[in-house]
Every structure is written in C-alpha cells, then in structure tokens.
Design a protein around this ligand. Structure first.
Ligand SMILES: [Zn+2]
Length: 60
C-alpha cells in the first residue's frame, strides 16, 4: 500500500519505508505541517479575539 505525504506529496510504501502509522514522509515534513497548522491557528486567533473576547478573559 502506498501513501502520500500531505506536505511534500512524496509517496512511500506503508510498513516498509515508514511505519504504518506514519503520516509524513519525514520528521522535517511533520514539523513543517505542525508549524503551518500553528501559523494558521495564530492568524485565526487574531480574528477570534475580536469575535470572542471572553475566551481570553477566562484564562487564569
Ligand atoms: Zn514529506
């Protein structure tokens, strides 16, 4: 079975080249995806703060 890295779109054979649970082709791609997700979340947080000001006030 082949799977594809969602970051760089490189494909590999599941269970042979990578673990069956692997999502990304390498740790580098995993970090990149993590950073992109965080960056996307951070950019939406700016608008969410305006929409839900109570969320930031409730944090201790
Ligand atoms: Zn990759």
């Amino acid at each position: 079975m082949q799977t594809k890295c969602p970051v760089c779109e490189r494909s590999w054979t599941v269970g042979v080249e990578r673990l069956r649970t692997a999502v990304y082709c390498s740790g580098r791609c995993r970090v990149r995806a993590c950073r992109q997700r965080k960056a996307a979340r951070d950019s939406t947080t700016d608008t969410l703060v305006v929409e839900h000001p109570t969320e930031t006030l409730n944090t201790p």
